[in-house]
Write a protein that binds this ligand. Structure first.
Ligand code: FES
Length: 66
């Protein structure tokens, strides 16, 4: 079984988290991702934080070189 976790930066978009990860709030409360692969917001504008809801496209989020 592969327990590897990967984080992929999408150009001008979210972080894609894949694998056997645990997602939790700053107080340690588990957050159910609901699936094995999730997109985490890095533009700060999602209405579903910590998840990406696609708003990065509407606000023109840009992360050159990342
Ligand atoms: S990165 Fe997609 S809404 Fe923030």
């Amino acid at each position: 079984m592969n327990n590897e976790v990967s984080v992929t930066l999408y150009e001008d978009g979210p972080l894609l988290l894949r694998g056997d990860f645990v997602l939790q709030g700053q107080d340690g409360t588990p957050i159910d991702p609901g699936r094995a692969t999730v997109a985490l917001c890095r533009c700060g504008k999602s209405g579903l934080k910590p998840f990406c809801d696609g708003t990065h496209k509407l606000v023109g989020f840009s992360a050159p070189g990342q």
